[in-house]
Design a protein around this ligand. Structure first.
Ligand SMILES: [Fe+2]
Length: 345
């Protein structure tokens, strides 16, 4: 496995680059905007293809690199389903898997630092975001934080992992890079409490000042969706009702770009073909399935995904490849559901 822990000294943030092999797909956890050039250089040097950029929660202390990485690599942006960020490509829930080629991380919802905090588990390690830090825990006094929930997330979930599990947090200000569950149980001063009430009292009396960047970072991190309007202005967008009116037409091909797990979870549009977003390039290049379909029968190609982000990127790529009938459902399945249109499983 390729594993890189990357540090932003300004905000004390750790970001993690993960891949199963050189030349393979990669994901990055908690990227920082100012470090995006560095990440992309490393991605090139290790011959990786960045396919997912993930935030463990909405950060208050730095601006996320999610939007910039998406714009520069066309990767998928990922956060938990509770996030207040306007548009991410994919939202995860407790029990889901976060996957790239050769890797599958278990997704667990660990609220308390914020109400959108998630942790990601691999067999030997856990990425704890700001839920569990090394000899500390994430503050719970803003962004719908809740010490009671955090106690449950830590004691009820994270500390149930084997003691040998490596703990990789999203921050450290002392220079520690990694710990273990067993070490934190024994030596984390915040965890030496006898009850949830004792933990709540401890957390409610920290009297911390707000992060310097908070007033800038939180609003910026809530607006990371790409401008789907640009695609709409070019005439390449349909609303859900327009798309619903095209179902079953022989001259229309509906293409679902989501992953199998999202299709199973939410259902799919009847008659649509499944072309997962990571396989798009091979499908639209000369000789690819969608390119051939366009060349031989010239159908209108209607992409869709969860929120319209992947499909907007797919429309641009397909148009660039000469597939001039490519368009997408603006707002994706989310908009489709809101319009009351049916889904099948
Ligand atoms: Fe945080």
């Amino acid at each position: 496995m390729i594993f890189r822990q990357l540090y932003d000294s300004v905000s004390g943030t750790y970001s993690y680059l993960l891949a199963s092999r050189r030349g393979g797909e990669a994901l990055i956890l908690d990227p920082v905007l100012e470090k995006v050039d560095r990440y992309l250089q490393l991605v090139r040097e290790l011959d990786l293809k960045l396919v997912k950029a993930v935030d463990t929660h909405l950060h208050a202390d730095h601006i996320t690199g999610l939007g910039a990485l998406r714009d520069r690599t066309h990767c998928i942006t990922v956060m938990g389903e509770q996030t207040k960020a306007d548009v991410v490509s994919m939202r995860l829930a407790d029990g889901d898997k976060l996957t790239v080629e050769g890797l599958a991380l278990d997704v667990i919802y660990t609220p308390g630092h914020t109400d959108d905090s998630y942790s990601f588990i691999m067999p030997d390690r856990v990425f704890t975001g700001d839920t569990l830090l090394i000899r500390g825990t994430g503050r719970t006094d803003f962004q719908n934080g809740d010490p009671r929930q955090q106690y449950e997330s830590i004691f009820g979930r994270l500390l149930k992992l084997p003691d040998s599990t490596l703990v990789y947090p999203a921050h450290d200000y002392k220079g520690d890079t990694v710990s273990t569950i067993g070490e934190e149980k024994a030596y984390n001063p915040r965890l030496q409490v006898k009850s949830v009430d004792e933990y709540v009292t401890l957390m409610n009396n920290l009297n911390l000042s707000n992060p310097k960047m908070m007033d800038v970072a939180v609003p910026a991190n809530m607006k990371i969706g790409m401008a789907q309007e640009t695609i709409a202005k070019r005439g390449w967008a349909l609303d859900a009702k327009q798309a619903a009116g095209m179902i079953g037409r022989a001259d229309v091909a509906l293409i679902d770009l989501r992953e199998s797990s999202e299709r199973e979870h939410h259902g799919a549009i009847r008659t649509s073909l499944h072309v997962p977003y990571p396989t798009l390039q091979e499908n639209i290049r000369t000789g690819g399935m969608l390119a051939e379909m366009f060349r031989t029968s010239h159908p209108k190609i209607v992409f869709y995904c969860a929120f319209g982000e992947r499909s907007a990127m797919a429309v641009q790529a397909a148009q660039d490849a000469g597939i001039t009938t490519a368009c997408h459902i603006q707002g994706g399945i989310d908009a489709w559901k809101k319009a009351g249109e049916p889904l099948t499983r």
